[in-house]
Design a protein around this ligand. Sequence first.
Ligand SMILES: [Zn+2]
Ligand SMILES: [Zn+2]
Length: 280
Amino acid sequence: MTFRIGAHVSISGGVNKAIERQKEETGNCGQIFAGSPRTWSVSEYEDEEGEEFQELRDEEDQNPYVIHSTYLVNLATPKDDLFEKSLNCLQSELDAASTLGVEYVVFHPGAHTGSGRETGIERIAEGIDELDIPDNVTLLLENTAGKGTTLGRSMGELRKMIDQADTPDEKIGVCIDTCHAHAAGYDLVSEEGFQDFIQEIKEDIGLDKIKVLHLNDSKDEKGSEKDNHEDIGYGNIGEEGFRNIVNAEEFEDLPMVLETPSDNRASYKENIEKIRELRE
Ligand SMILES: [Zn+2]
Ligand SMILES: [Zn+2]
């Protein structure tokens, strides 16, 4: 199977520009926002635009694609208005994915902001069940750094969300973010720690549910609960950790997407090159 590695690219100037940008970075899969990530606005796409997007992807062999939900979405919230807004936003993103032929929509499960972890998890499951997930799209829960009342820091917590939802299991998957896992306390660097992580994924989630990896190094220490992405090899996961991650046979067929910072230390292209080098 072809190794799939790409980057989160901008859709500024039109969604099809993302394909060009991805090509410049040498990616062969990727991720986009469907609108503006710090607002509630999600672009509506015409069928024609969707067809063009898919044609361009086929031409450039960029598969699969992921839409990352906006950062405002919080399905764990006890506030009804925020819950409703989050549902509407996610639904628009799922519909956009369907029109564009984008395979996955990934979102952060949310923060319970005081209602308690179990109540928050129930609320997320309830939210998932309210969504109409199109046939050609899979909804992905992303693991989180775990700060404050945010949910989804452990594989077990993600599993509870999936189990408590009545939505058919095959409509829901998981995206693992390496920076978030490290921040939440998982050891990805030592051989033993990494094997424990794999074991926990197998036991609590099941390998078949993992659909995408977000490859990000971390500016902070393991267990810091801080979500500060770093370029590959420059952070606390380091080349040692990424050698484990990109060579694990359990992950070898998964698309890997970079969300490294755009502060000019290393371009996406350089990060992709680094990952290809580490892959033995
Ligand atoms: Zn994310
Ligand atoms: Zn991520």
